[in-house]
Design a protein around this ligand. Structure first.
Ligand code: FAD
Length: 370
């Protein structure tokens, strides 16, 4: 039972954002920057942000050569270009907002390991570089020649190494801490451990029912729950995709620096200081990984370990320090849904596998819609 005072002071807002991932935080921050006097609240079901934004691999990337070639098979050139542009814009926005130092942004560049079966993608290298030139005004994908000695990849598997000087990496935890700090500094209120169960539109407000028997009211609501959207708004068919990640203990003289894409992006790895982080393998158990349940399974982590031993770090002694998982949101199209569901409710969901890149851009567009 709530008091009159609570009802007056804690339950009524101009904007309530549901979900405190990168999209929810960016939306709230941009809205508050535009309307400093409006009251903004973020409701988050986890004690910490609990979807993908604190669980990801921290690649500041916008697509590898093989991914872009595959996309060109399924989408128009215009769509592919637009997608890359949005990811790049999102990264620039994130860097401007947070500052490179505050999230350990390092522009080490990115690499793609090309196996024998993928060598044919190299025929499209110049075409893709030309396609991307209106955005970057420079060649994005460069053939390095696999002779580069310091990497030590197994050369039975890896036949070519492509280099992208524009890719970077971040410390995901520091990035999210910085965004939360910015939100709080702008007087955005954040309540965690509250799951929103239902949204009901009234004449002037949206009534928000939660699992805590607390009801909130807001003139505007922004739904930023990504993979979990179908539970709250069943009209959106969002498919969850679990991503499992493994990190090693520090490795002396780790030969790897930067972000790496392997097997057309099915696997990805990077250095985190002198540790190696690796994730992917979802294609090995596609159905089982279509879930919102956080867990790691040997079906995925075992092949990841084998890849580490046999291809990425052959002959290097290493130990696994930790495993975890995060949940991504996919759908029938490879682009986010940013739209108004009604006068009072807007959604920013379906971030796919590159939501760190695109998240700030989605927040920007969504805050303009509200
Ligand atoms: C393993 C992994 C690796 C990845 N690597 C990269 C990468 O290297 N680079 C990259 O660009 N992207 C990467 N991604 C994708 C990226 O992390 C996501 O696309 C992005 O974080 C999505 O942000 P979001 O804010 O939309 O969703 P989320 O971060 O999932 O935030 C949604 C929030 O809503 C909350 N929520 C859900 N339902 C409710 C409810 N009913 N009430 C209240 N709160 C609710 C959740 O708890 C969650 O905190 C990766 C993802 C994973 C899982």
């Amino acid at each position: 039972m709530i008091s009159f005072w609570e009802k007056e002071s804690f339950m009524q807002y101009h904007l309530i954002v549901i979900g405190s991932g990168i999209v929810g935080l960016s939306t709230a921050i941009e809205y508050k920057e535009k309307y400093p006097n409006k009251r903004v609240l973020i409701l988050e079901k986890g004690i910490l942000p609990s979807g993908a934004s604190t669980k990801n691999a921290g690649f500041a990337c916008f697509g590898s050569l093989t991914e872009i070639c595959d996309d060109l098979e399924n989408y128009s050139e215009e769509f592919v270009l637009q997608t890359v542009q949005k990811r790049y814009n999102g990264l620039q926005r994130l860097r401007q907002r947070v500052g490179d130092k505050n999230m350990d942004f390092y522009a080490y560049g990115g690499y793609e390991l090309i196996c024998k079966e993928q060598l044919f993608y190299l025929n499209q290298l110049h075409e893709v570089n030309d396609l991307l030139s209106p955005i970057f005004h420079q060649k994005v994908f460069l053939e390095r020649g696999f002779k580069t000695p310091r990497f030590g990849f197994d050369d039975h598997q890896v036949k070519e190494l492509l280099y992208n000087p524009l890719e970077g990496q971040i410390h995901t935890g520091k990035m999210m801490t910085a965004l939360l700090k910015i939100a709080r500094s702008k007087d955005i209120e954040i309540l965690t451990g509250i799951e929103v169960k239902q949204l009901n539109e009234e004449s002037k407000n949206v009534l928000i029912t939660t699992d805590k028997k607390l009801e909130f009211k807001a003139e505007q609501v922004a739904v930023c729950v990504n993979a979990f959207a179908s539970k709250l708004l069943p009209q959106y068919k969002i498919q969850p995709g679990r991503g499992q990640v493994v990190i090693t203990k520090p490795i002396q003289n780790l030969p790897i620096e930067g972000t790496y894409h392997y097997d057309r992006g099915y696997y990805y790895f990077r250095n985190v200081g002198d540790r190696l982080l690796i994730g992917g393998g979802r294609h090995l158990a596609y159905e089982a990984e279509t879930t919102t349940e956080f867990a790691t399974t040997t079906q995925i982590t075992q092949p990841i370990n084998e890849l580490l031993k046999e291809v990425i770090l052959p002959g290097v002694d290493f130990e696994i320090e930790q495993e975890w998982s995060g949940i991504m949101g996919f759908g029938d199209k490879k682009e986010p849904i940013i739209e108004k569901l009604s006068d009072k409710i807007a959604v920013g969901i379906r971030m796919g596998g590159m939501g760190i890149a695109i998240g700030s851009e989605v927040g920007h567009e969504l805050s303009n819609l509200i």
